[in-house]
Design a binder for this molecule. Structure first.
Ligand SMILES: [Fe+2]
Length: 343
């Protein structure tokens, strides 16, 4: 058996006996005469033994103290320990098991019992180590797979948002910018990193319903007639229908359906007001309106920054949730060179 056993016992005769029994089975045996020597031995050795036989009664440091010290050594703390005891005392056994011993062997040893116990325990702890390694490997694999899946989901959302924006020749990159601004607002509002990422995705797909609107209406240069307006205003509901299919992320629906609601209740499609509008939609509403003003249209260039600021300020508590309008106003004030706009 290619085990390496460390025997700790102050009794030289016992050490010799253990050494003889174990060596005869082909085991590598290291013998030390005290707890202090054992601790030094383990601290300085590069590899660790497969098992420790530890005498309970020893002068200076007894078996319990020795075990406590061994447990402080990171590599050694995982080595299974069998206590050697002359006691027929169940108290010692209870204390030993509580301290982390795997088993007890009564002295003087019965060689067969000693070998069988060592074999069982070493094999068991090797199995446990193999299992822990397997679990660790599988966890790493799963984590890598999850990261890959998340990346794929994000890339699909990006591709889809690109398809939405491609339909409208005047709002190139609108969805990605709304997603960016929404994430910035969420970050400043103190949302967690995960929640910021969610809001980014929801923002990216908020206008997905536009896919169902004829290009002729979306790209019509002049004023829309009432019928065409009604078609455009159906895009939140259309978006909801499309995104309902992504069952794993139900909140995508929320952004699409409610981003044209207004804080004062005069928005569409449901006329929800105030906090009845889902929070992600209230954030996206500010980001969406800001991007509409800071990107080019067929009939106008990007609006001047002071005008945009004024519109956001006037919409505070009317069109927009005041909290998120205030955050946007701070973002505008910090953007001295007016970088936050369609390039
Ligand atoms: Fe929209």
């Amino acid at each position: 058996m290619n085990y390496w056993i460390l025997v700790i016992d102050d009794d030289a005769a016992n050490l010799k006996m253990a050494n003889n029994i174990l060596s005869a089975e082909g085991m590598r045996v290291s013998c030390v005469k005290s707890g202090e020597a054992a601790v030094k031995f383990l601290q300085s050795s590069i590899a660790v033994p497969d098992l420790i036989l530890l005498d309970v009664h020893m002068p200076v440091m007894d078996g319990f103290q020795t075990l406590a010290e061994i447990n402080k050594i990171a590599d050694a703390s995982v080595i299974p320990v069998i206590f050697l005891t002359a006691d027929d005392d169940s108290d010692t056994e209870t204390r030993g098991l509580k301290a982390g011993a795997m088993d007890f062997i009564k002295k003087p040893f019965n060689p067969e019992v000693l070998l069988l116990r060592i074999k069982h325990i070493v094999e068991l702890s090797r199995l446990q180590a193999d299992l822990a390694f397997e679990v660790e490997q599988k966890t790493l694999e799963l984590t890598a797979q999850n990261i890959k899946l998340e990346k794929i989901s994000m890339q699909i959302c990006m591709a889809l948002s690109g398809a939405i924006d491609a339909k409208d020749k005047y709002t190139n990159g609108h969805s990605a910018r709304v997603a960016d601004y929404s994430r910035m607002i969420a970050a400043r509002a103190g949302f967690s990193r995960e929640e910021q990422d969610n809001i980014y995705m929801i923002g990216l797909l908020h206008d997905v319903g536009k896919i169902g609107i004829p290009d002729a209406i979306i790209n019509k240069p002049g004023k829309l007639d009432p019928e065409e307006r009604a078609v455009i205003m159906a895009h939140p509901v259309m978006g909801e229908k499309i995104l309902k299919l992504i069952e794993e992320f139900p909140r995508l629906v929320t952004g699409a359906r409610f981003h044209h609601e207004r804080y004062d209740g005069r928005g569409y499609p449901d006329g929800l007001a105030g906090e009845n509008i889902p929070i992600e939609a209230r954030i996206i509403a500010v980001a969406d309106a800001y991007d509409a003003m800071t990107s080019r249209r067929s009939y106008r260039d990007v609006l001047p920054q002071d005008q945009v600021r004024q519109e956001v300020a006037e919409g505070r508590g009317v069109q927009f949730d005041p909290k998120f309008a205030d955050i946007m106003l701070d973002m505008i004030d910090e953007d001295k060179d007016y970088h936050m706009r369609e390039k």
